[in-house]
Ligand binder design. Sequence first.
Ligand SMILES: Cc1cc2nc3c(=O)[nH]c(=O)nc-3n(C[C@H](O)[C@H](O)[C@H](O)COP(=O)(O)O)c2cc1C
Length: 403
Amino acid sequence: MVLAGKRILLIISGGIAAYKSLDLIRRLRERGASVRPVMTAGAQQFITPLAVGALAADHVFTDLFSRQDEQDVGHIRLARDCDLVLIAPATADLLAKMANGLADDLASTILLATDRPVLAAPAMNPKMWAHAATKRNVEMLRGDGIAFVGPMKGEMAESGETGTGRMAEPFEIVAAVEMRLHDGAKPLAGKKAIITSGPTHEPIDPVRYIANRSSGRQGHAIASALAALGADVTLVSGPVTIPDPAGMHVIHVERADDMRDAVLAALPADIAVMVAAVADWKVASASDQKIKKHPGESLPTLALTENPDILKTVGHHTQRPKLVIGFAAETQDVESNARAKLERKGADIIVANDVSPATGIMGGTRNRVKIIRHDGVEQWPDLDKDDVAVRLAALIAEQFKQG
Ligand SMILES: Cc1cc2nc3c(=O)[nH]c(=O)nc-3n(C[C@H](O)[C@H](O)[C@H](O)COP(=O)(O)O)c2cc1C
């Protein structure tokens, strides 16, 4: 477990994103960390200390002037008896207090008294984040050595406005915590990774195409997780409706041929993770004009031809990346098909998943994968696709650590 034995003091302040802190606590504990929660009065307007305490399995500290808490632990010890102070969500108000050294409640007092690293995950309305005062405060805090994760672009929970201000997702915060606790070193710094993601669209004519149900969620999440570990990521994305992840070079393609060209142009690289659901076939000669319907005449037939095998091309390339990982979406004999694919494609790892309709994996948000290597198989539990991504990125980092 990546965070085994690590003690995190989690300060929750009063933003709408506080509900995500519950998931964050669960994820931190799943990775072996202990979480000691502190809530501002504002935070308690959004979620209850009961829920936070139950998930953290610890007492929730809320009051600076609690005689009992002061006797039991004391605010100075709270501030120091941890490996990291994490603020999620961090409100504009709390950032302003920190920047100015105010200490008028338990959270701000701890933040002034601590000598531990501090990581903040701001969350606020985009106008608040863009305000000159917040910008000034964040600038000052960065100068004071406070680290930040997010905020991200996206739609705000309460107002529906879009812009920068959404709190980083819990899995992104966990990745930032891991990085911070491992001496701030990014284990994949200096490594170049190429990721493919999403489906391909193979044209039949100018308005029709052959596609598949891939959403790009898994590939995009892997690209983000690798970027979070410091990799220089090129994401080659088929047509998807999800936004481009931040902090990487994104190339948009439609057809398998374009995807292959983009991947080869991005070589050399250290890591290739081929997640895209590339169409096996394309129409042999797509029509330049829309194919018309002629009532009474025979139906048009589509002659298919094979698409390039991108994984195999990369796996046998003269500039083959050190680590080549492919995905196998199967609906039957998942493990034996994936094992055959491992050999045939020249890959180091195949991540196999059962995409039978009943699993809901294709196009869904969760995934249950098997990691198939030349020397063994590992079944991972049913996980959020973001968590599969974080785990896979950690596995890749481990691989490079071993040399
Ligand atoms: C419905 C609602 C949602 C809010 N969401 C946020 C938010 O996301 N970020 C933020 O900085 N402030 C937000 N606020 C304002 C803070 O709650 C307010 O500034 C409060 O004083 C923060 O206290 P704290 O920093 O001590 O927790 C929100 C207020 C309301 C009423």
